[in-house]
Design a protein around this ligand. Structure first.
Ligand code: HDD
Length: 727
């Protein structure tokens, strides 16, 4: 056995020989006992013991400790002798490990999994007649924004395509302070009073004894709660719909949910509801697709947003407002302070007031997306709250939760949270106080004159809308909040047949995961009040012998509400394929002209083509060009694409037809109602996948000449070939 000391000595001698050799050849200076090596683009230096070092290039600042002490060796701890014990005095190592041990902060109690981006909001025209909010005073005014999208129930590591509400929180850094519009992609909420929020979230999150299921409402506790809270039924229709499985964060609407107030310079107020409308239209996936995407790419939504921004195709939304007055509020069928109700756009049209573009990815996920702190209480002069009891409760909860999460009342100094306008106050001290009052005065009133620090400004400062309020102090739910079913019914009946079928299947799926039969029955009894046909579909899907009696409603549901086409996703498709992806299956010998035609047609539409092939190593097309493969077939299933094309030589089609992943690629695309383009040879693969000529409907586009690529992309503007779905 060789003694260690000998080995070390030999290595050292060898290394120092190496060092001198390489120093001579490169002519550059390297610290003693280090050998310079190159691994592709990466330059590392090998020390005498074989350890690697990446040195800062000459002239650049070296790596340092947190207090700026330059670090010579980040590979080895300080020891007494090469194989001896570590020394406590190694401040470099201790600081590094200490900091690492404290890297995590508590995740958000809800909306833990989120993804953020920066951008700008541009005002279309002055809204001075409605509000004195500074950002809405001047046409063309540009305001910086930060947006965080999220799921609600899952933890930070849960998959993006969970069936869930999506958070849509926007921080406007206005010249008169930060305004946080903390909304969702659904315009109503489960509950009417904030005091029920902890119960709702406890019921939705993993069950407390077993700690599962994760990121799912398909379990007993959630549906038990729902079955006992009929006010949730409207929102339940939305979360069982395809709204809860969006195709992309870029293709979903956002809503401020509550009625807020606009207040103009004279103190006159109108009610306002906020809407975000995506420029590239609404689109969702189907449930089977969502389940498979979660396996194939749990980061599907964040990757999609990141890539869109990085590739220079930034997503865009229009901000719209529904403005209404007290007269309308009195006439309206429901209470405008009830967050389980919406105002149909057909009744109060949405007026576009500006557009938001998200064109910058964050530089650091933790610094921005994790540390961003939205608070519904962050309003600016000209925007005010209403007495919506859900909103009022939120105004307490958000500030409170940020203290828990971020650990100090000074979280407003973090760059992502700090206003971009000047700010001055006498709040001081506390953990991590980065900006304390300067000078002698830290209170007011004071008599220190010009040195006395900031003063109030009654002319520009925030003034609450002067609403008169009276009433007995009681714990009571207003009668005007009692109708729990009419808008749930209106939502269901405003959906296309396909969307109604998806709602029924989603309910059957979720309730099939509920073990206690009486919970299943109570939910269906509640659904009877929404729509009897839906209830009987769900009852049948659950294997009930009969549809249960309707749960007695607080007030009978109305049957006189008009359908609201604005509530359907399918009816509001973009009629464009912009921002979507075609997955093109290729193999050796794929037709070069057809591939070029597909790329041209897709790019003309603003869509992207990604080649899916047998390996990432590339394949040769019919003209001998090497094609770059974006996804290896087994890792790039068709659920990752909006449409697919098959461009295969005869031999390629034969090879693909033998592969289970290729057959799944096409059969999934078929089952998910996607448009499928294929050349003549590819029919072999389709046939082997059970998609013979009898099955191939007009959602299949033959690729027989260059022009057919354009025909295919035109067809894709419908996004899905819904006719394929069995009734
Ligand atoms: Fe909430 C986070 C949206 C009701 C309490 N909520 C949070 C986020 C969004 C919403 C988008 C994530 C913000 C981010 O990205 O950091 N919440 C809503 C909407 C609601 C709603 C649209 C109803 C209309 N929320 C609601 C109620 C309460 C809360 C009734 C409490 C009484 N929400 C919170 C919270 C969170 C939060 C606990 C967790 C993390 C955070 O605030 O920053 O305070």
């Amino acid at each position: 056995m060789t003694r260690p000391s000998e080995t070390e000595a030999t290595n050292k001698a060898k290394a120092s020989e190496d060092t001198s050799e390489r120093q001579e050849s490169s002519g550059e200076e390297t610290p003693p006992e280090l050998t310079k090596l190159r691994y592709g683009e990466v330059e590392v230096h090998r020390g005498a013991g074989g350890e690697t070092h990446q040195l800062s290039p000459a002239g650049e600042e070296p790596m340092t400790t947190q207090v700026g002490t330059p670090i010579a060796d980040d590979q080895n701890t300080l020891t007494a002798g090469p194989r001896g014990p570590q020394l406590l005095e190694d401040f470099v190592m201790r600081e590094k490990i200490f900091h690492f041990d404290h890297e995590r902060i508590p995740e958000r109690v809800v909306h833990a999994r989120g993804f953020g981006a920066r951008g700008t909001f541009e005002t279309y025209e002055s809204l001075a007649d409605l509000t004195c909010a500074d950002l809405f005073q001047r046409a063309g005014e540009v305001t910086e924004v930060f947006v965080r999208f999220s799921t609600v129930a899952g933890n930070k590591g849960s998959p993006d395509l969970a069936r869930d509400v999506r958070g849509f929180a926007v921080k406007f850094y206005t010249k008169a302070g930060n305004w946080d519009l903390v909304g969702n992609n659904i315009p109503v909420f489960f509950i009417q009073d904030a005091t029920k929020f902890p119960d709702l979230i406890h019921a939705a999150k993993p069950e407390p004894d077993r700690g599962f299921p994760q990121a799912q409402t398909a379990h007993d506790n959630f549906w038990d709660f729902i079955s006992l809270m009929p006010e949730a039924m409207h929102m339940v229709m939305w979360i069982m719909s395809d709204r809860a499985i969006p195709r992309s964060l870029r293709f979903m609407e956002g809503f401020g949910v509550h009625s807020f107030r606009f207040v103009d310079a004279s103190g006159r107020s109108s009610f306002v509801k906020f809407h975000w409308k995506p420029k590239y239209g609404l689109q969702s996936v189907v449930w089977d697709e969502a389940v498979k995407i979660n396996g194939a790419d749990p980061d599907f939504h964040r990757r999609d947003l990141w890539n869109a921004i990085a590739s220079g195709d930034p997503p865009e939304w229009e901000l719209g407002v529904q403005i209404f007055d007290d007269d309308f509020a009195d006439r309206f069928e429901f209470d405008v302070l009830d967050a389980t109700k919406l105002i149909p756009e057909e009744q109060v049209p949405v007026r576009p007031i500006g557009r938001m573009i998200l064109d910058q990815n964050v530089e650091n996920f933790f610094a921005e997306t994790e540390q961003v702190a939205f608070c519904t209480q962050n309003v600016v002069p000209g925007i005010d709250f209403t007495n919506d009891p859900l909103l009022q409760g939120r105004n307490f909860s958000y500030l409170d939760t940020q203290l828990k999460r971020l650990g100090s009342p000074n979280f407003t100094f973090l760059p992502v949270n700090a206003p971009r306008c000047p700010f001055a106050h006498f709040q001081q001290d506390g953990h991590m106080a980065m900006q304390n009052p300067k000078g002698r005065a830290n209170y007011e009133p004071n008599s220190w004159g010009a040195e006395g620090g900031p003063r109030e400004d009654p002319s520009r400062g925030y003034r609450s809308f002067r609403a008169s309020v009276s009433g007995d102090k009681r714990r009571i739910r207003p009668e005007s909040f009692a109708d729990h079913y009419s808008q749930a019914r209106q939502f269901y009946r405003s959906q296309t047949e396909v969307e109604q079928a998806h709602i029924a299947s989603a309910m059957i799926f979720e309730l099939s995961k509920v073990d206690r039969v009486e919970i299943r029955e109570r939910v269906v009894a509640s659904v009877v009040n929404v729509d009897e046909e839906l209830a009987s579909r769900v009852a049948e899907g659950l294997g009930f012998a009969r549809v249960p009696e309707a749960m007695p409603p607080a007030v009978p549901p109305r049957d006189d509400l008009d359908e609201s086409p604005a509530l359907s996703i399918v009816r509001n498709g973009p009629k464009r394929f912009h921002g979507r992806r075609v997955g093109v299956l290729v193999d050796q010998g794929s037709d070069a002209n057809m591939l070029a035609a597909l790329v041209r047609a897709a790019n003309d539409e603003g869509a992207e083509v990604a080649l899916v092939g047998p390996t990432r190593g590339g394949v040769e097309d019919s003209e001998g060009n090497t094609l770059e493969i974006a996804e290896k077939l087994e890792g790039g299933p068709s659920v990752l694409f909006d449409a697919i094309a098959l461009v295969l030589s005869e031999a390629g089609a034969k090879r693909m037809a033998m592969k289970p992943a290729a057959r799944a690629f096409v059969s999934d695309a078929h089952n998910h109602c996607k448009f499928i383009a294929h050349d003549a040879a590819a029919t072999e693969l389709l046939d082997k996948a059970g998609l013979g000529p009898a099955v191939r409907d007009d959602g299949y586009c033959p690729l027989d000449e260059d022009a057919s690529a354009t025909t295919f992309i035109d067809a894709c503007r419908e996004l899905r070939h819904w006719k394929r779905k069995p009734a």
